[in-house]
Design a protein around this ligand. Structure first.
Ligand SMILES: NC(=O)c1ccc[n+]([C@@H]2O[C@H](COP(=O)([O-])OP(=O)(O)OC[C@H]3O[C@@H](n4cnc5c(N)ncnc54)[C@H](O)[C@@H]3O)[C@@H](O)[C@H]2O)c1
Length: 297
């Protein structure tokens, strides 16, 4: 049990309660996102589960409602692999909510075979980075109207092996599904860094998170990882344990001066040199805007 405790990582120690606060979490029908949603609902927030499959979302939401006695757990359709769906979600949300205090960009895909999103983006880059980039852009005014507000981006320790290949961003010349995931997680880091810079003085802050090695559906595309996760299961975090760093970044008081930083086990963690490169961060921002056809100064 003590080894188990060691690998469980840090625990979010914040006592902040959230009555009257509004939260959006992407991909919160399973895994880390679902457990993050459960805890935020327990603290009284109105929680929007933004997910691809509304039926699966409803099943998670009814479980969370029953568990937390919070009826304000709502499900809305969001497919990050389709910018039309992202725009429709944002439009619906902005029409029904006057405030947004916490946005958790949690959804992700890992090691899927080469495929493209509805808009023709390589899937890892399209879902993990560009989808959340567009979503944040569309919801930013609400966040700014609801300060203090936070954006939490789920990255990964895998960002250390990622690289941004501007000459082959979509992996059309060379594709490795393992590296494609790492590149997209580096993009999450660079997005957080650049976003923090651009949000200075607005009251909206942002953080990147490595949740740990967590038992979830993320590894479903890789037989080898499924096997490894099983063999090493005593050292793999539960989804609840994996949610702690997201919760810490969403809730901990006094975190504002650390906007743009990277956290693991509820504390600052080491960032790869590539994820500290301001020029790449700025260039990726501009290229992302171009790909999505948006203006975001
Ligand atoms: N599990 C780990 O060990 C681990 C490690 C490092 C980082 N992460 C990150 O944590 C986050 C959560 O992952 P998880 O482990 O809970 O995995 P998970 O597979 O259980 O959850 C990911 C969620 O994203 C959703 N999703 C996938 N594609 C989507 C799309 N196109 N539109 C909307 N939603 C979509 C899935 O339906 C699912 O609900 C991911 O960003 C992942 O990269 C996980």
């Amino acid at each position: 049990p003590s080894i188990r405790k060691f690998f469980a990582g840090g625990v979010c120690r914040s006592n902040v309660q959230l009555p009257g606060k509004v939260v959006v979490i992407t991909g919160a029908n399973t895994g880390i996102g679902k457990e993050t949603a459960r805890e935020l609902a327990r603290r009284g927030a109105r929680v929007y589960i933004a997910c691809r499959d509304v039926l699966k979302g409803e099943s998670a939401a009814s479980e969370i409602r029953a568990d937390t006695k919070n009826s304000q757990v709502l499900v809305r359709k969001l497919d990050l692999s389709d910018t039309k769906s992202i725009r429709a979600f944002a439009e619906g949300f902005l029409a029904e909510e006057k405030q947004l205090h916490i946005l958790i960009n949690n959804a992700g895909v890992m090691m899927c075979p080469y495929s493209k999103t509805a808009d023709g983006f390589e899937t890892h880059l399209g879902v993990n980075h560009l989808g959340h980039f567009l979503l944040t852009h569309l919801l930013l005014e609400r966040l700014k109207e609801s300060t203090p507000a936070r954006v939490v981006n789920l990255s990964s320790v895998a960002h250390h092996v990622g690289k941004i290949h501007f000459h082959d961003l979509q992996g059309e010349k060379r594709y490795s599904r393992g590296f494609a995931y790492c590149h997209s997680k580096l993009a999450n880091m660079l997005f957080t860094r650049e976003l923090a810079k651009r949000l200075q003085g607005t009251g909206v802050t942002t953080y990147a998170v490595h949740p740990g090695v967590v038992s979830s559906e993320l590894v479903r595309h890789s037989f080898l990882l499924c096997l490894l996760w099983r063999i090493f299961s005593p050292f793999v975090k539960s989804a609840r344990e994996g949610a702690q760093t997201s919760l810490h970044c969403a809730l901990a008081e006094g975190l504002e001066p650390l906007s743009g930083k990277y956290f693991s086990d509820c504390k600052r963690a080491w960032v790869s040199p590539r994820a500290r490169d301001n020029k790449t961060a700025e260039r990726l921002w501009n290229v992302s805007c171009e790909l999505l056809g948006i203006q975001w100064d």
